[in-house]
Design a protein around this ligand. Structure first.
Ligand code: G6P
Length: 369
């Protein structure tokens, strides 16, 4: 097992650090930015269906559902197709309205999640086209779908999903770019510009990982917190949910993720000097608004840890701690902004003496209802 961990103390840390490579592996042979080309083999025979769909329905559980939420923003921004993101466990029992004009994307690391599998069977019986985004080759979900693209992240052993999440987002990003280009909602020049930016992501993830010692030091200060709040907007709203999920899964600290603007409809009541608030406040369309949310938390003496874009001095002046990620296209930010949150949850859990790779009560894959 020590050999399998490749010198890391836990699989989770190894898998976090593998992300520059797993994201590159996911894009290999698919993305050729220099020649302005992007090809997902699994989509070839279904591009027509995809392009002409009335609606995209994404179904998944857990972290994979969070990747689906990021995809909602991606598909709507680039391809202008309405998207619904559904918890598989709700979708399957809701008698949902589905037709042959719907394109369903099922996301699953293991490819064995019982609820996701059942949601697929239901959508299939109504005539929809089902596309799988799975990590495990030959898994039940990969076999049950009409077509799909593997995430190629390699085996993920840690129960808390890390590299599978960024690989899922990578596949979904490529799908959204292809779709936008085919539908003409993305211009050629914008498309090529985005392809080139996407190609830089693995090296930007590498740079982000350099913050590890810094994050370890911050973790020591917060390891005894009883609650955490994670706030973000736009593309960073799903990242806030994922950051909170990572922390509760492995450290057993209660954590909630919220869209930053919803804070005033509830969570703000919880803020006092005991409450750490993690803001994902990268430079994007909602940046100014998130900055005012930070001020609101500061005024109530909450402790602020902020994930910001490199070089941001405004938030640095307000927050107790800042974690910098490289600048990138707004749509690609989740691939970077989630990394410090994975690392933060990892160190806090280790410092609390928790079993990081096999947290209590959780399973890597939930194959029963
Ligand atoms: C379990 C795992 C999570 C995972 C979820 C969905 O809860 O502990 O890490 O995100 O199942 O699993 P899947 O394999 O379908 O992505």
């Amino acid at each position: 097992e020590a050999i399998e961990k490749g010198g890391y103390e836990h699989f989770m840390l190894k898998e976090i650090f593998e992300q520059p490579r797993s994201i590159a592996d996911c894009m290999r042979g698919r993305l050729d930015a220099k020649n302005g080309r992007l090809v997902l083999g699994g989509l070839r025979d279904y591009m027509n269906k995809f392009q002409n769909a009335d609606r995209i329905i994404i179904t998944a559980c857990g972290t994979s559902w969070h990747a689906g939420l990021v995809a909602e923003y991606l598909f709507e921004e680039f391809a202008r197709i309405p998207v619904e993101v559904e918890y598989a466990s709700e979708f399957r029992y809701r008698n949902p309205v589905i037709s042959e004009k719907d394109f369903v994307i099922a996301i699953s690391q293991s490819g064995e999640t019982a609820d996701t599998l059942a949601a697929i069977e239901l959508a299939k019986s109504k005539g929809a086209t089902i596309f799988g985004v799975c990590n495990v080759v030959g898994s039940s979900i990969a076999r049950a779908t009409h077509a799909g693209s593997y995430t190629h992240a390699g085996p993920e052993i840690g129960v808390a999903s890390t590299k599978a999440f960024t690989a899922q987002i990578s596949v979904l990003t490529m799908m959204a770019l292809m779709l936008g280009y085919q539908r003409g909602t993305l211009t050629e020049s914008k498309y090529v510009q985005l392809l080139n930016e996407l190609e830089t992501i693995p090296s930007k993830v590498e740079r982000t990982l350099k913050m590890n010692p810094n994050i370890e030091a911050i973790s020591a200060e917060y390891k005894d917190a009883r609650n955490f709040l994670y706030l973000g907007r736009g593309y960073n709203f799903p990242v806030a949910l994922e950051g909170a999920l990572k922390l509760k899964e492995i450290s057993y600290i209660h954590a909630e993720g919220y869209p930053a603007a919803e804070m005033k409809h509830g969570p703000i009541a919880l803020i006092d000097e005991e409450m750490p608030v993690v803001f994902i406040a990268t430079k994007d369309n909602s940046y100014e608004k998130v900055v005012s949310n930070i001020q609101e938390v500061k005024a109530r003496k909450g402790k602020i840890i902020a994930v910001v874009t490199e070089g941001d001095t405004v938030v640095r002046g307000m927050a107790d701690h800042v974690l910098e990620v490289p600048d990138t296209a707004e749509a690609f930010v989740p691939l970077l902004s989630v990394i410090p949150l994975q690392i933060l949850s990892y160190h806090i859990a280790v410092m609390r003496g928790c079993n990081v790779d096999q947290p209590r009560n959780l399973a890597k894959s939930v194959t029963v209802e």
